[in-house]
Write a protein of this length. Structure first.
Length: 187
């Protein structure tokens, strides 16, 4: 009888040990999942301070000027994420170019963040549309990731204090664009 009892005790201890291991593994998996979901997934939106960044500007004369968002403090900033292969992006570029001179004089800067892989493609696009506003190249999608940009075009309108006033996913019409530029015009 004691042999059967010993065997049952061993089975019971093995079962408890296995359940304990299983619970520890389950707790570790849950911890990993929860930690992953709580990582910095901040989505910057209306009312948030726009995160600073620095990117190289694409220019016609191949200067290596950089643009830092914090250097534009005191101005309204339209931060537009786009790519040459994006037809809605292409459609709104002439509107941006048309309004740029008028709003630049009023203290508003347009910064177009290209997500393209090649500078050559960006240069051709700038030449095709004769763009005069700053175009910067986000070569590693760092700024895109920082701003948690999904679909393109995506545009952030930032006031003179560096606060996001509006975020627009999708292409803008001329009228809508002008309305947003008026909102971020320094007082």
């Amino acid at each position: 009888m004691s042999f059967v009892k010993n065997k049952k005790n061993k089975k019971r201890r093995r079962f408890i040990f296995r359940i304990t291991i299983l619970l520890v593994l389950l707790a570790a998996v849950l911890f990993a999942l929860i930690s992953n979901f709580q990582k910095d997934k901040s989505v910057y939106g209306v009312g948030d301070k726009a995160p600073d960044f620095q990117l190289k500007q694409i220019s016609k004369n191949n200067d290596t000027e950089t643009i830092r968002l914090s250097d534009l403090q005191g101005k309204g900033v339209m931060l537009n994420f786009w790519a040459t292969y994006c037809k809605p992006c292409e459609a709104e570029m002439p509107y941006m170019e048309k309004l740029y001179p008028k709003y630049k004089e009023k203290g508003v800067e347009i910064v177009a963040v290209s997500l393209d892989a090649s500078e050559l493609v960006i240069h051709r696009f700038i030449d095709k549309y004769d763009l005069t506003f700053p175009v910067v190249h986000d070569t590693k999608n760092q700024v895109m990731d920082l701003y948690k940009v999904g679909p393109i075009p995506s545009t952030f309108f930032i006031d003179q204090n560096g606060v996001i006033v509006e975020k627009v996913d999708g292409a803008l019409t001329l009228d809508r664009l002008e309305g947003y530029l008026q909102q971020i015009q320094p007082k």
